[in-house]
Every structure is written in C-alpha cells, then in structure tokens.
Ligand binder design. Structure first.
Ligand SMILES: C[S@@+](CC[C@H](N)C(=O)[O-])C[C@H]1O[C@@H](n2cnc3c(N)ncnc32)[C@H](O)[C@@H]1O
Length: 192
C-alpha cells in the first residue's frame, strides 16, 4: 500500500498526538506551502536547514518530495524534536535529520539553503504559544533576529532563503526577493 501521509495536511498530522495536531494550523507549515518552499530550496546534493523545525513537518515533506537533497531541522524544544524523530521513523524518510539545539548553537555555514517560518515570533506573541516551558521576551526576538541576520549575511552569493510570515528583521539587504505568494506570507529570496 502506498503511504498516504504526504497527500494532505490532515493525513500528515495523524503522525502526531492530538495535542500536536491541534497546533498544526497555527504553528506548522501547511503542506502546499512546504511543497512550494522545498521546491525552491532543493538542489541536488545540497543541504537545506529549517531554522526552528518544530515537529518536522516542513523538513519531512521537503525530504519526501525532493529525495536528491538533504533536509535538516534544528529545534530548541526536546519534546517537539522527539515527535519529529518519531514521524521520520514512521514515514521511513532517509534524507532528513533533526538536531535538538537552539539554532545559535549550530554551525549555519554547514548548510546551503534555509527555510524560516518566523520561529522567533513566539517572543512577541501574547497568545497561542506552544508552551510555557521557555522564556519569551522582546529582547530575545531582537537577539535571535540579529544573530540570524549576521549569519545569513555571511553566506555566499546564490544562497536561497524561504520565509513564511516573516517580519523581515532577519533578512539582510543582499537577499533579493524573487517570488512571493499572492498573500505575501511566503517569500523566496536569493543572495546576490
Ligand atoms: C512556527 S514553528 C515552525 C515549525 C516548522 N518550521 C514548520 O514549519 O512546521 C517555529 C518553531 O521554532 C522553534 N524555535 C523558536 N526559537 C528557536 C531557536 N532559537 N532555536 C531553535 N528553535 C527555535 C519553536 O520551538 C517552534 O517549534
């Protein structure tokens, strides 16, 4: 029987416990967005990193549809990282890997292209947060955004970046916008 996980959001979300499924609309990338973003980022043999990968939805969908690229996810919450690993095992996705760290502890120079579904926004949000286990603050939002900005600025020309619901604080001017969705939430960038 062909696996049906990757056909629609509802079937994919069944990989997770109910509490995680209920967060899907607010916190995890919709299937059609993930497919489009991954299509832009995937290049044969290249490494794509999802910064703040949650339960691995973007990473696993990208890896499934683009088996000649490698998809990685870095996630600070160990509970979500655990669910990402479980979903990877369940779907037998081989060209993906998950790292349980704060993204500031990862060597971003080791990756070619990046996906970013405004992971830092939780520091500004006042409701619907994932949990209350970590500290949220405006200054953490500023710190993370500036950190990522500096790292993206160091990347070579040709680096691709996809942002979803970004406030643009982490995007250096050297990144040229090449495509956007009609609602402007999804944006695709290439470094000059
Ligand atoms: C909006 S969710 C997106 C999840 C995933 N990228 C997706 O699209 O399905 C953002 C995730 O980023 C994680 N995150 C936020 N700040 C982070 C940081 N400094 N380092 C690593 N992960 C972080 C959060 O824990 C959350 O799981």
């Amino acid at each position: 029987m062909r696996p049906t996980w990757f056909m629609a959001d509802a079937s994919f979300d069944w990989l997770y416990p109910e509490r995680i499924q209920q967060m899907s609309r607010r916190h995890w990338t919709p299937m059609r967005i993930a497919k489009k973003a991954a299509g832009f980022l995937a290049e044969e043999g290249k490494k794509v990193l999802d910064i703040g990968s949650g339960v691995g939805k973007f990473t696993l969908i990208g890896a499934h549809y683009y088996p000649r690229s490698f998809f990685y996810g870095v996630e600070q919450r160990s509970e979500l990282h655990h669910y990402a690993l479980a979903a990877q095992e369940y779907t037998k996705t081989e060209n993906a890997a998950f790292i349980n760290l704060n993204f500031t502890q990862v060597n971003l120079a080791a990756y070619d292209h990046f996906y970013f579904y405004n992971a830092f926004f939780e520091n500004l949000a006042t409701r619907d947060t994932i949990d209350h286990h970590i500290e949220y603050s405006d200054s953490l939002y500023q710190y993370y955004s500036r950190y990522l900005y500096r790292e993206l600025d160091r990347k070579p020309a040709g680096t691709r970046l996809v942002t979803y619901h970004s406030l643009h604080d982490e995007i250096p001017p050297a990144y040229r916008l090449v495509e956007t969705s009609a609602d402007f939430f999804l944006k695709m960038w290439v470094k000059r």
